[in-house]
Ligand binder design. Structure first.
Ligand SMILES: Cc1cc2nc3c(=O)[nH]c(=O)nc-3n(C[C@H](O)[C@H](O)[C@H](O)COP(=O)(O)OP(=O)(O)OC[C@H]3O[C@@H](n4cnc5c(N)ncnc54)[C@H](O)[C@@H]3O)c2cc1C
Length: 572
């Protein structure tokens, strides 16, 4: 079964679960009505299904490689990239002034997920550019915008982000790269960066690096870091790629998966760069890019889950083993209860994570369109959840996809293992899921829990309102919202941050579990009959939601147990 983008699921979500009418009701996005958005999703879906999905295996089987310092990409990637760029999908939310479509992020996010499901390793390229476009729109000088944004938005050039160094991973503030003013408004950037995704390619005219480095008077830690735009080729007077800059790809990493995406060690040797934003303000600028990328990486997880699910379902409907335990069964393994458990869990979690991420994207749009503090706070709170839960779902679903395949899941030729290998890194890059969870319980609760409680109120009041008509589905969700409120209160009341950190990962997952139930409930209620949306919601609420109770017990257990075993005990 070839990959089919989940256009219909998004249409349903936007109509009934995370209403896009809120976005199209604003002046900024008045043109994003349901028909227009459906047309956009259908067009993007066609490109994903017909052009990107067919090259997905190429990335795995014929990885990118380095030849005389130049990156050579997997067969078919250049053509597929051209289709992405020509369709306007590199950065469809970008400002029309620079060639973008000005679409709401909610729509771009859906397209990102569909592209990731089709070919994750290639989709990472435009995702990086998207984040860069957003950072430049927000922080670059008009002169830089005029030169770079049209080229990046059109996809003629592409963008990267250069944070990580050997001693500076999660701790970005430990970076050692340096920048010196040249006295003519430019800077010389020197240092080594590692793990740089899509640091080079053989299909765009230029590659634009955003590099974090420290100026001579930059203090230690994150506060002393500045952000520089460092192109592979310096644009000439006509804006065309001119002389080569002093930078190079030193090597490409040999990775567990995502082989189609070249991951490079980069060396900058006094490369010419331009400051983006103010001196020493680089982290603020980079955060613009990173926030976009966090939601984008969440979308990668969900997309990979969709691809893995479709792959597993096709196999389960074809592979025959044992006697069918049900009347009128097909005789394929899809008849077996345990295989049904896996497939339905996969589908239910994909929907839950998709709806959470869609709500996050919509909240970002609403924050931009209305300027309202509550929307911005909701978006900020949902971002780490969308990233961590979306990518965890990607990993869990891809793993289950292998199990559905049995032995053939472990044999590379089916392609089931590629999903699991490719998606694994999404829980690691863009801030590990542990770091996302710590962000949720620390920074995102700094408002005393206001944004969190508003979400809990939404869940509770919706369930309360429909308890009479749908007691079987609404009652457990209502109960779960109460447990969620207690766990949130516990987190907010912990003065010592390490007490919160000790339970951060189960807290985030528990929050996502309950949110997922809320969106499933909304999807079921909109259906009116006992149709497939309601049946899926029933499955989720009865079988997956109960996990929240154990997760919150874990979340509230404090730090002492974690340190009870000494390092010697751990080693014994
Ligand atoms: C394929 C790939 C592509 C990448 N692409 C890019 C890119 O394009 N640009 C870029 O700049 N970087 C990129 N990265 C780097 C990526 O963002 C880092 O790997 C990630 O931030 C983690 O840093 P680290 O690997 O140094 O792990 P570490 O920071 O050493 O973390 C190791 C473990 O310790 C935990 N940990 C660390 N600090 C803390 C803490 N304070 N509290 C609790 N737990 C902690 C982590 O959660 C993790 O479990 C990429 C990485 C990979 C593998």
């Amino acid at each position: 079964m070839p990959y089919r983008s989940p256009v219909a699921d998004y249409e349903y979500i936007f109509e009934n679960v995370v209403p896009l009418t809120q976005v199209s009701g604003t002046d900024k996005f008045a043109e994003a009505d349901a028909d227009t958005v459906s047309a956009v999703l259908t067009e993007a879906g066609r490109m994903c299904d017909d052009i990107m999905a067919p090259v997905q295996r190429n990335g795995d089987l014929t990885p990118a490689y380095l030849e005389n310092g130049k990156v050579r990409t997997s067969p078919g990637f250049a053509e597929a990239y051209k289709a992405i760029a020509e369709g306007g999908w590199v950065s469809s939310s970008a400002n029309p002034e620079f060639g973008g479509m000005g679409l709401p992020l909610t729509v771009t996010h859906a397209v990102n997920e569909m592209m990731a499901g089709a070919c994750l390793s290639l989709q990472l390229n435009p995702l990086m550019t998207q984040g860069q476009v957003e950072a430049l729109e927000a922080h670059a000088s008009d002169a830089l915008k005029a030169i770079y944004l049209p080229k990046l938005v059109s996809g003629e050039w592409c963008g990267t982000m250069n944070l990580t160094e050997p001693q500076a991973g999660s701790d970005v503030g430990a970076l050692a790269s340096k920048a010196e003013p040249n006295g003519d408004g430019t800077y010389s950037v020197t240092g080594q960066k590692i793990y740089i995704s899509w640091a080079d390619n053989d299909f765009t005219e230029n590659v634009v690096h955003l590099v974090l480095a420290r100026l001579p008077d930059g203090g230690p830690g994150t506060k002393g870091i500045s952000l520089f735009l460092v192109p592979r080729h310096i644009p000439d007077a006509d804006g065309a790629p001119g002389v080569a800059n002093s930078l190079k790809v030193v090597s490409l990493e040999h990775k567990m998966g995502l082989h189609g995406s070249p991951t490079a060690v980069m060396q900058f040797d006094g490369a010419t760069g331009w400051l983006v934003g103010d001196e020493h303000d680089g982290m603020k600028c980079m955060f613009t890019m990173m926030n976009n990328a966090r939601l984008g990486v969440g979308a990668q997880g969900i997309g990979a889950a969709e691809g893995a699910y479709q792959h597993a379902l096709a196999y389960a409907m074809d592979r025959k083993q044992g006697r069918s335990p049900i009347e009128n069964g097909s005789g394929a393994i899809v008849d077996h209860a345990d295989v049904r458990r896996m497939l339905t869990s996969m589908k239910a979690d994909i929907f839950a994570s998709r709806a959470i991420a869609a709500d996050c994207a919509l909240s970002i749009d609403m924050g931009h369109a209305t300027g309202e503090k509550d929307w911005r706070a909701r978006a900020a709170f949902l971002t780490p959840i969308a990233k961590a839960f979306g990518t965890d779902v990607g990993i869990d679903v891809a793993n289950m996809g292998i199990q559905v395949h049995g032995g053939m899941g472990f044999i590379e030729e089916t392609g089931a293992a590629q999903y699991a290998r490719d998606v694994r890194v999404t829980a690691i890059y863009e801030g590990t899921n542990g770091i996302q969870s710590m962000d949720l319980v620390a920074r995102k609760l700094m408002d005393g829990g206001d944004a969190a409680y508003k979400l809990v109120d939404d869940i509770e009041s919706f369930a309360e309102g429909i308890k009479g008509d749908h007691p079987e589905l609404a009652e457990p969700v209502w109960q779960a919202s109460e447990t969620l409120r207690e766990a949130t209160e516990w987190m907010v009341s912990q003065g010592a941050l390490n007490e919160r950190f000790a339970g951060a990962v189960p807290f985030l997952r528990g929050f996502a579990r309950v949110l997922g139930a809320h969106y499933h409930l909304k999807a079921a209620v909109a259906e009116a009959t006992d149709g497939p949306r309601t049946k899926l919601a029933r499955f989720y609420i009865k079988r997956l939601l109960p996990e929240h109770a154990g997760l919150f017990t874990h979340a509230m257990a404090g730090a002492a147990d974690l340190y009870a075993l000494s390092e010697e005990d751990l080693a014994s």
